[in-house]
Design a protein around this ligand. Structure first.
Ligand SMILES: [Zn+2]
Length: 418
């Protein structure tokens, strides 16, 4: 039986590559432009609808964030406004999360794409929606964190909740999806499931096995803490049964997957050892259940590998595959000398997740999952949908102790200047 083709909507703003966090900063929006170039030159774009996202408004952002924080973000990025360091510090707009030119419009674009993804899934016009500029999972209600300012994922899920009773969030970034988990810690309408490195010290420091959610949301936060060097086999050994069990019991009406590519081998900041095939097989597995799906970006700091990974995952979404050798693209020199589409694991790295550890994690999570069900709580008085004002992208343009944000919580840095 041939698999039914999915209707895919892809969001891309041609300006994304022009935003720049500053010299030496590992977060490079240019990687999304590189991904797009591979998608265009490999012909994958022929199999999906492409849109330029509408920019998210301040009101959109304040569905989750505080007004004072969003106002500071807007003003901090404007040339004419000088904001003193103390104020910037209050909102963590220093170091990891610097103020840069166009900061606010960059966030409007990233959040606008994710809102567009949610609108399309709500309208049921598409089965899979993609925004590689989104997935900024560390953003908090009133502060920036880990290179993230506005939490587009939370905004997108809130939009989905206007039409879907239960949303499953899956996060395969090497870092804990703390901002999203925290936003939905006390509800059972969103189940968050994050696979990440955890030792208490690695950024952001949260996401232990004991961290399961609160009150009505207890057991609806699933954390899969892993050690250095995770390879495809051990990741898959946990990923498939956990996702399987969640889908069987929780019966989500749609899924949001944060595809952070810093869990790949050779990442500048990551400590895992996944191949791009292993990473993409997670997306393929989720897709196989045929539940409306949103794919978002996230971390990823060896940018040539990020582009390889997300182009591969776009191909999977539309039911195609990338050739083993990359097509001619605008940034071909990045992929020299092999020009291969795949990212390979490093065979010399030890996977510190031994069988006993993996088994222990799996058993504990399966036990926790036995306490969840598929709640049917009905919709609250529904707020109006975010309007669909999308513009198609023209092909010619190609090119155990939950932590709640509080001012007193010590902040961690994700990256230090070398
Ligand atoms: Zn990350």
């Amino acid at each position: 039986m041939t698999e039914r083709k999915r209707r895919v909507a892809y969001f891309y703003d041609p300006d994304v590559g022009q935003y720049y966090y500053g010299q030496g900063h590992p977060m490079k929006p240019h990687r999304v432009r590189m991904t797009h170039s591979l998608i265009m030159h490999s012909g994958i774009y022929n199999h999906m609808d492409m849109y330029v996202p509408s920019k998210a408004s301040k009101e959109d952002m304040c569905e989750f964030h505080t007004e004072d924080y969003i106002e500071v973000l807007e003003n901090a990025g404007a040339d004419s406004v000088q904001i003193n360091k103390q104020v910037l510090g209050e909102y963590n707009l220093l170091d990891d999360c610097p103020v840069f030119d166009g900061l606010f419009s960059y966030n409007q674009m990233a959040s606008g794409g994710t809102l567009g993804c949610a609108v399309k899934l709500n309208q049921k016009s598409h089965d899979i929606t993609i925004n590689w500029s989104g997935g900024l999972h560390h953003g908090k209600k009133s502060e920036a964190s880990g290179f993230c300012y506005v939490n587009d994922i939370v905004l997108g899920i809130l939009e989905l909740l206007k039409h879907h009773e239960r949303v499953l969030y899956i996060d395969i970034d090497v870092h804990h999806g703390d901002g999203v988990e925290e936003a939905f810690l006390t509800t059972d309408r969103v189940l968050t499931c994050s696979f990440h490195k955890f030792d208490g010290a690695f950024f952001p420091g949260t996401g232990s096995l004991e961290n399961v959610g609160h009150s009505i949301g207890k057991y609806y936060s699933v954390n899969v803490p892993l050690k250095d060097g995770v390879k495809d086999e051990s990741f898959e050994f946990l990923f498939k049964p956990i996702v399987d069990r969640i889908l069987a019991i929780y019966k989500p009406e749609c899924i949001v997957c944060q595809c952070g590519a810093d869990s790949l081998a050779h990442d500048r900041l990551g400590v895992f050892n996944l191949s791009s095939k292993g990473h993409a097989s997670c997306v393929e597995y989720i897709k196989s259940f045929n539940i409306p799906l949103m794919l978002l970006g996230g971390g990823g700091y060896t940018i040539k590998n990020v582009a390889r990974c997300w182009a591969t995952e776009t191909a999977i979404a539309v039911g195609e595959s990338l050739d083993d050798h990359l097509p001619l693209s605008d940034y071909l020199e990045y992929y020299s000398p092999e020009y291969e589409a795949d990212v390979f694991s490093d065979p010399s790295r030890k996977d510190k997740n031994d069988e006993a550890y993996i088994q222990k994690v799996l058993e504990r999570i399966m036990r926790n999952l036995s306490f969840i069900k598929a709640p049917s709580t009905g919709f609250e008085a529904r707020r109006p949908d975010t309007p669909d004002t999308l513009v198609p992208l023209l092909q010619e343009e190609e090119d155990g102790h939950p932590v709640i944000s509080s001012p007193n919580r010590p902040r961690k840095q994700m990256w230090k200047h070398e």
